[in-house]
Design a binder for this molecule. Structure first.
Ligand code: SF4
Length: 346
């Protein structure tokens, strides 16, 4: 790999999923730590643009609106030229759209796109190692700066964002006490979600036994119905649903003030970790050794709970059988871990 001259302008093609985007921040932070001279612009779809806007490792974010197959001519791909494009997704289209953006293009060679990259990395070699996804991102930035290493992904909120989150928090939790943030959904599909009946039982018990506990429901708009089911079934003023009500940046800033996060394997899990919160992550059809939570800034960690079944990981969006991986993860087990972490944080 050729070196990068001082002050080079880098275009980073960002990722399309929130969790992946958060994980990629650790690599961009590592790059910034050793090459603060580089000017880093990220092109990202609206769904993840806020993730990159919250990183001080990124100088500028260009939102990409179009998934038009004629993207080469789309006004939504940056018109300007860069010295090098670092292409985080593995798609053919992300490499093709970068051809007219930069003369040097670095990414993993997959989907037959190696000829479009000037410095391709071997995806099959990386995949064969069976490593965590964070190492995928680290390999890419190491191709630019070999001394760069992966850092804990971190969200850098502005003072204004934190002040606004603080006001919102005080309104919701005027009396203090621990606050359990809960993400009952998963954008990827229902197979990743813990059953609503388990959430209802667990949260009802916790609200009953911890007199000053507040539960905040976080989720995207698509999971509003699921949040409504929990609200109606639990029927407590100490459970407040913010499902679909906040932007990604607002959710993340508010999460940073909560005590713990209970979440399915989802983008919210990685967002909460990067906001510095510890928590409990529930895994079923996916593999925590590949995409599980990484340590957050300041060393915060998630406990990963999993009910081992022979068919896991299947990586399906919908379970074709009886959802035993999630049904078998009992509310008692999750309750025990939450109580342990609440005691630790008191
Ligand atoms: S097939 Fe197995 S691992 Fe996949 S969602 Fe169903 S129970 Fe879970």
């Amino acid at each position: 790999m050729r070196g990068l001259p001082q002050g080079s302008r880098i275009y980073v093609r960002g990722l399309n999923w929130i969790g992946d985007a958060v994980l990629s921040l650790g690599a961009l932070q590592g790059l910034r730590a050793v090459r603060p001279d580089l000017e880093v612009t990220v092109g990202a779809p609206e769904a993840t643009a806020d993730v990159y806007r919250l990183s001080s490792a990124v100088d500028r974010v260009v939102p990409l609106f179009s998934r038009n197959p004629l993207f080469l001519f789309s006004k939504n791909v940056p018109r300007e030229r860069f010295d090098l494009a670092l292409i985080l997704p593995r798609s053919f289209s992300s490499a093709l759209e970068s051809v007219r953006i930069a003369p040097r293009r670095v990414g993993f060679g997959s989907e037959g796109r190696s000829p479009l990259l000037t410095e391709p990395l071997s995806y099959s070699q990386w995949k064969a190692l069976g490593l965590h996804q964070s190492t995928y991102h680290e390999s890419l930035v190491k191709a630019l700066a070999p001394e760069a290493s992966y850092a804990s992904p971190r969200l850098d909120f502005s003072p204004g964002q934190l002040a606004e989150a603080g006001k919102r928090f005080e309104k919701i939790v005027p009396v203090g006490g621990p606050v359990l943030a809960v993400n009952p959904g998963a954008f990827y599909g229902r197979a990743k979600t813990w059953p609503s009946a388990h959430f209802v039982r667990l949260l009802s018990e916790l609200i009953g036994e911890i007199p000053d506990l507040t539960v905040l429901l976080f989720s995207g708009k698509a999971d509003r119905p699921m949040a409504r089911v929990l609200e109606e079934a639990i029927g407590s003023p100490r459970l407040v649903s913010l499902a679909g009500a906040l932007s990604l940046a607002e959710s993340a800033a508010l999460l940073s003030l909560c005590t713990l996060l209970l979440t399915n394997d989802s983008g919210m899990m990685h967002l909460g970790g990067a906001a510095g919160r510890p928590g409990v992550a529930l895994f079923g059809p996916t593999d925590p050794s590949a995409t599980g939570p990484v340590p957050g800034p300041g060393g915060s960690r998630f406990s990963v709970l999993i009910h081992k079944v022979a068919c896991s990981p299947c990586f399906l969006r919908e379970c074709p059988i009886d959802h035993r991986c999630m049904e078998g993860l009992s509310p008692e087990q999750v309750r025990g871990e939450i109580l342990r972490l609440l005691t630790e944080s008191a």
